[in-house]
Design a protein around this ligand. Structure first.
Ligand code: MIC
Ligand code: MG
Length: 303
């Protein structure tokens, strides 16, 4: 009923504990608060809150147009709807290192368990597109130091993302990613998100070079092959995200349903694909609101 009963500090503590266990944690992207509830119901370990999804939801490209206020507001709506820890994409931190500091405190206040800050220049772009550029190492490290110094809960996870892999081909790019990951860890990053790794061997190389947890981004139609949770676990990845996948599925299904509506004039053939009214009411815990007033849920929904 209503929001999560687990305080944010407790979610962060448990998240840290699970990350330290070495098992692979699975974080599908929640494209709205309700989908976060479903992710929890299906037994996942946490929810990811994607910048690409947040932008797309507003009809915008993922180029750093969204503001801290918008991201923190939406992330709070999602995070409070689940007992699971939520990891949010904070892009480049919304400005200079001092802005990064404010970003981290705002995201703490919004109940997030952690955030990642990347080393792209502004305007940033999806990490799986060509033509990316990153800031120099000193600037990247300043962002992470600012984030780490700003947090008030030591369990708030500051994850550093590096996009440097894709700025040079082959081994040169990989070497640069490993070097930058090491420097980011030395600057205080609690975890590393090596963006646009191409192969399992590349994840293994980053794994071998650093001691903190690493994240794998299994976004579709990008640079990485889509590895299974088991494959990623076998090379020592600690956290995997499917950041945009559920939005892609929902939008794909919506488009097909609109075509059907145009063609057939009704959606009867689509009923089997829809979340049933009864399932929705279960997910929002409708019946439990009788706690306030027994006339709230006094009907039956035929399944
Ligand atoms: C993870 C990511 O930062 C996101 O915003 O979800 C994106 C995902 C995507 O655009 O596919 C990314 O830069 O990889
Ligand atoms: Mg992003």
């Amino acid at each position: 009923m209503l929001y999560s009963k687990t305080p944010a500090a407790e979610k962060r503590r448990l998240f840290r504990e699970r990350l330290a266990s070495g098992e692979l944690l699975r974080f599908p992207g929640a494209f709205n608060p309700l989908s976060a509830r479903m992710i929890e119901q299906k037994g996942f370990d946490g929810v990811y809150i994607s910048g690409a999804v947040l932008s797309a939801d507003l009809g915008l490209p993922d180029i750093g147009l969204t503001t801290l206020t918008e991201v923190a507001g939406r992330a709070q709506q999602i995070a409070r709807m689940t007992e699971l820890p939520a990891l949010v994409d904070a892009d480049t931190g919304f400005g200079e290192p001092m802005n990064v500091a404010r970003t981290i405190q705002t995201l703490e206040d919004a109940g997030l368990a952690g955030a990642h800050i990347e080393d792209q220049i502004n305007p940033k772009r999806c990490g799986h597109l060509d033509g990316k550029a990153v800031v120099d190492e000193a600037t990247a490290l300043k962002r992470i130091r600012a984030a780490v110094d700003a947090r008030r809960d030591e369990n708030f996870l500051v994850m550093a993302r590096t996009d440097i892999r894709a700025t040079a081909p082959g081994d040169v790019g990989l070497r640069a990613a490993v070097d930058r990951a090491q420097a980011l860890v030395d600057a205080g990053a609690d975890a590393i998100f090596p963006e646009a790794m191409r192969t399992l061997e590349e994840f293994a190389a980053v794994r071998a070079a650093i001691d903190v947890p690493i994240l794998a981004n299994m976004t579709e139609f990008g640079k990485s092959e889509l590895f299974s949770a088991q494959q990623l676990s076998d090379v020592g990845v600690n956290l995997v995200i499917w950041p945009v996948s559920m939005l892609r599925i929902a939008m794909g299904a919506t488009e097909r349903a609109l075509d059907t509506l145009n063609a057939e004039g009704h959606l009867t053939s689509k009923l089997g694909e829809m979340q049933h009214r009864a399932e929705l009411y279960d997910l929002v815990d409708y019946e439990s609101y009788n706690h306030f007033d027994t006339s709230v849920f006094n009907f039956e929904v035929e399944r």
